[in-house]
Write a protein that binds this ligand. Sequence first.
Ligand code: HEM
Length: 483
Amino acid sequence: MEISYYISSWLFTLILALAPLFFLLILKQKCANTKHKLPPGQMGLPWLGETMDFYRAQQANRLFEDFVRPRIARHGKIFKTRLMGSPTVIVSGAEANRFFLSNEFKLVMSSWPSSSVRLMGKNSIMEKHGEQHRHVHGLIASSLGSSSAESLVPKLSKLVQRHLDAHWSGQERIYLYNFTKNLTFHIVFECLLGIDVELGMKEIFERVLEGVFAPPVTVPGTRFSRAMRARKEIERMLVRIVRKKKEEMDRKNLGGGGGGSEEGGAVLLPRYVAAMLRGEMSEEEVIDNIVLLVFAAYDTTSFAIAMTFRMLAHHPNCYQLLLKEHMDVKSRKGEGEDISGEDIKKMSYTWKVARESIRLFPPIFGSFRKAIVDIEYEGFTIPKGWKVLWTTYGTHYDPEHFQDPMSFNPDRFEEAMPPYVYVPFGGGPRVCAGSQLARMNILVLVHHVVTRYDWSLIHPDEPITVDPLPFPVHGMPMRISPK
Ligand code: HEM
C-alpha cells in the first residue's frame, strides 16, 4: 500500500515536471508544420506515386489536359506528387517559370535520368554547373547568336535544296517528319559543327537516342544496352574526327585567341578544338557536347517543323499570307540567286506562324529540376532533394496570357510578350542555346518548300504520340507536286 502510494506520487511528480516539455515539443512541431508547409497534392502509392497516370497522359500527348489541369483545379498552381520514386512539385505560371528557371545553380539544378547522363556523357553541358556551364553555353550561343546564325543561311539553304532534290524530286508522296529528322541531323553536323556526315552515322545516333529515357538496364538486348554500344561506336568516330581537326589546327597554329573563328565564322567544331588547344576543354567534353547537340536539336526541330505545316494545312488564310511573303522574297532574287541572312529578316509572318505552332505544340513539355536547398515559394516549402517540374503548358494554355489559348492566331505575336510567358525554349541560364539555329532551319525549309511545291497532308489530324518527345505517328505523309 505504502509502495503503490509512493510510485503513484512519484509518477504524478514526473508528469508534472515533464508537462511543460511535452507542451513545448508539441508547440515546436506545430510551428515547424506551419513554417514548412508542403504544397497540397497526392503522393499516391509508395515509390510509384502517380507515375502511371503521368506517363499515360504524356504518351497520349495529353499531359496538361489529363494530368496537370485536373490537379491545378483541385490544388492550385503548385502541387505535389510522386513520380518514379521522387517527391515532385509541379509548378505553373510565368512567375513560377521565372523563379525556378532563373534560380538555376542557386536554388535548383537541372535533373536528368541516369540513362540520359550516361548516354550523353557526364561532360556534356547538361551536367555542367557554374563557370564550366557558362563557358560551354557561351561557345554554342556565340556560334548561334542571331547575326552568326544568319551567316549560316547560305550554307543551310544549299543543304536544304540538296535534300529536296535528293528526296522530293520525282516523288508524289513524302514523309515530312522523317525527312526533317534527316535534314536536321545534316544541318547540325554540316552547318553548325562543320563535320561531314559519314555513312551509317545517323542510324548509330538514333540508337543512342532511343536509350536516353530507357531504364538503365545493361542486360544485353535491352534498349539501354543497345544505346550504350552505339554510344561507344559514335565515340570512336568522333574521337577520330576531333583529333584530325586538332592536328590540322595545331599545324596552322589556330588555337589562339580567335576561338577558331579563323576557321569559318559560326562553325562550332573549330571553336571547341581551339578551346581544347587553349586547355579550356578536354577531348571528352568536346565529344560529349557534340552528342548532346544532336540530342537537343534532332526531334525538337523536326516536330516544330511538322507542327508548323500541320497548322498551315488547317488554316488556309494564314497559308496564303505566308506564301505571299515567300513569293515576294523570291521575286526580288535574280535567276539562280539564293536567299541570304538579310532575306530571313523578311520572313516575319512565317516566324509568327512557327512560334504560334510551337506554342500549341511545344516539342519539350518542360523539364525537371532538383531543389539543392529547402526552397520557400508562395507560402510553401519545397524540401531539399525534391524535384520541381515546370511546364510550357502552364503559361502557353493559360487564358490570362493568351486570349482563347487553344485557337491558332499567329497575330498574337505582334505584341511583345512579358518574360517567362512564352517558354518553348526554356529560360534563365539554361535557356536553349540553339533556338536561332532552329529558327533558321524552319524559315529556310518553309521557304524552299512553299516556293517549289504544292502540298497537302494525307492525314491532317494525324495523332501525336510521345516517346519520349512528341512525334506524328505516321511520320506525316504529304502529297506533293512541283509548282
Ligand atoms: C524547336 C526546337 C527546339 C526547342 C523547342 C528547344 C527547347 C529547349 C529547351 C526547353 C531547353 C531548356 C531545357 C531545360 O531548361 O532543362 C533547351 C536547351 C538546350 N537546347 Fe534547345 N530546343 C530546340 C532546338 C535546339 C537546337 C537546334 C539546338 C542546337 C543545335 C539546341 C541546343 C540546346 C542546348 C545545348 C541546350 C542546353 C542549354 C544549357 O543547358 O545550358 N536546341 N532547348
